[in-house]
Design a binder for this molecule. Structure first.
Ligand SMILES: Cc1ccc2cc(C(N)=O)cc(O)c2n1
Length: 323
C-alpha cells in the first residue's frame, strides 16, 4: 500500500541521514534509543513486506549469514600503486621531474594526505546507489566484496545531494582504527582465537569474511581518496575539488588532507604529519602527494605501474611491537 511504501522510504532516508551524522560527521542529532526505534520499525516493515526489500536499505548494514563468493572484478581503470620516496632528496627529485615534464618553473600545487595503512577499495555507484565494491587485487582485477562493504557505517549506500552523476566510481582506503583493533584482538584472545598482527591485516581479514554478519561486527572505517566519472564534463578541475565533491556525497575525507604550494610546503606537511603520527587514531605509513590540477595529472600520465603525478613519502618503519 502506498503509505507503507512512503513510510519505508522516509525511514530509509532518515536512518541513512542519522547514520551519516553519527559515523561520518561524528555529530549525531538523536539519541541512540530513537535511532534503534526507527531501525526496528524499518526492519519490521521490510519483514512484513518482502516485496519492498532493497539491497541499499540501511537494514542491510547488519549483513547476512549467507556466504558470499568473492567473484573476480576487472577494474575499468587499473588501481595502480604509488611510487615511493624515502628521503627529502627523492621528494625534491620527484617535484623537479614533474616541473621539467610540464615545462613549468613556478611552484606546483600538491594535495597532501596521510597514507592510511589499510587496503584500497573501489566502489561503483549507479544513479547514486552503491552497486559494487571490489578490492584492489593486483591492480587490474580484484574481488567483489560488496556485501561486506555495505556493513561499513562510513560507506554511503546512497549518495547524498542532488547533483549525482549516473555512474561514478569512488576509491578509498578501508582501515581499522587502533582502538577497534586492540578491542578486537582482546575479544579474539579471550575466545582463544588467533589475533591479528596489525590493523591492516585485521582490516583485510575482516573484509574477506565469507559471512558479512562477521564483517558487520568489525570496527572498519573508510576514507575516500579519489573519484572517477565516465562523463568527463562532470570532472572537477583539481584533485581537491573532486574530494570536496566526494565529501558532499556523504564520504569521509581524511581530516588531515591539505594543499601545499611547492616542494618546501610538502616537506613541512611531511614533518608536521610525522610529528603527530602517534596521536592519530589510525595507523599511517607515510604521506601521499598528488599534483592538484587534473590537466597537469593528465599531461604527466602514468609510468608502467604508478602515476607520474603522485608519490608517497614513507616514514621510517616503526619497530614492530611484538603482540
Ligand atoms: C592513486 C592512489 C593510490 C593509492 C592511494 C593510497 C592511499 C592511502 N593508503 O591512504 C591514498 C591515496 O590517495 C592513494 N592514491
Amino acid at each position: 500500500t502506498p503509505d507503507v511504501i512512503q513510510r519505508v522510504e522516509e525511514l530509509r532516508s532518515a536512518i541513512d541521514d542519522h547514520n551519516y551524522r553519527y559515523y561520518v560527521l561524528d555529530d549525531p542529532r538523536i539519541p541512540d534509543a530513537e535511532y534503534d526505534r526507527l531501525f526496528r520499525e524499518l526492519q519490521n516493515l521490510e519483514r512484513d513486506h518482502p516485496e519492498l526489500a532493497s539491497d541499499n536499505s540501511p537494514t542491510r548494514r547488519v549483513g547476512s549469514s549467507a556466504e558470499t563468493s568473492f567473484e573476480e572484478v576487472v577494474h575499468r581503470l587499473p588501481m595502480l600503486s604509488l611510487d615511493n620516496a624515502f628521503s627529502e632528496d627523492e621528494l625534491r627529485d620527484f617535484d623537479r621531474r614533474v616541473r621539467e615534464r610540464l615545462g613549468v618553473t613556478e611552484d606546483i600545487e600538491y594535495v597532501c594526505e596521510p597514507k592510511l595503512d589499510g587496503l584500497a577499495v573501489s566502489l561503483h555507484y549507479e544513479k547514486g546507489q552503491l552497486t559494487r565494491a571490489a578490492t584492489r587485487g593486483d591492480g587490474y582485477s580484484g574481488e567483489d566484496i560488496t556485501a561486506n562493504i555495505r556493513t561499513i557505517p562510513s560507506v554511503p549506500l546512497t549518495l547524498r545531494g542532488d547533483k549525482v552523476p549516473d555512474l561514478v566510481e569512488v576509491r578509498g582506503e578501508v582501515y581499522m582504527p587502533r582502538s577497534g583493533f586492540e578491542q578486537l584482538n582482546r575479544t579474539l584472545a579471550e575466545r582463544g582465537e588467533k589475533t591479528f598482527v596489525n590493523p591492516r591485516n585485521a582490516a583485510a581479514g575482516s573484509l574477506r569474511q565469507k559471512k558479512s554478519t562477521v564483517t558487520a561486527r568489525r570496527p572498519l572505517e573508510m576514507c575516500a581518496y579519489s573519484m572517477a566519472v565516465t562523463d568527463e564534463s562532470l570532472l572537477p578541475d583539481t584533485q581537491w575539488d573532486g574530494l570536496q565533491r566526494v565529501k558532499g556525497w556523504g564520504f569521509r575525507i581524511n581530516p588531515e588532507m591539505r594543499r601545499a604550494r611547492g616542494v618546501e610546503e610538502c616537506l613541512e606537511a611531511y614533518n608536521e604529519l610525522m610529528a603527530k603520527r602517534d596521536e592519530l587514531p589510525y595507523e599511517i605509513d607515510g604521506i601521499v602527494f598528488k599534483v592538484n590540477r587534473l590537466d597537469q595529472q593528465q599531461a604527466l600520465g602514468f609510468v608502467s605501474r604508478a602515476p607520474r603525478w603522485a608519490i608517497a613519502q614513507k616514514f621510517p618503519a616503526q619497530e614492530e611491537l611484538t603482540v
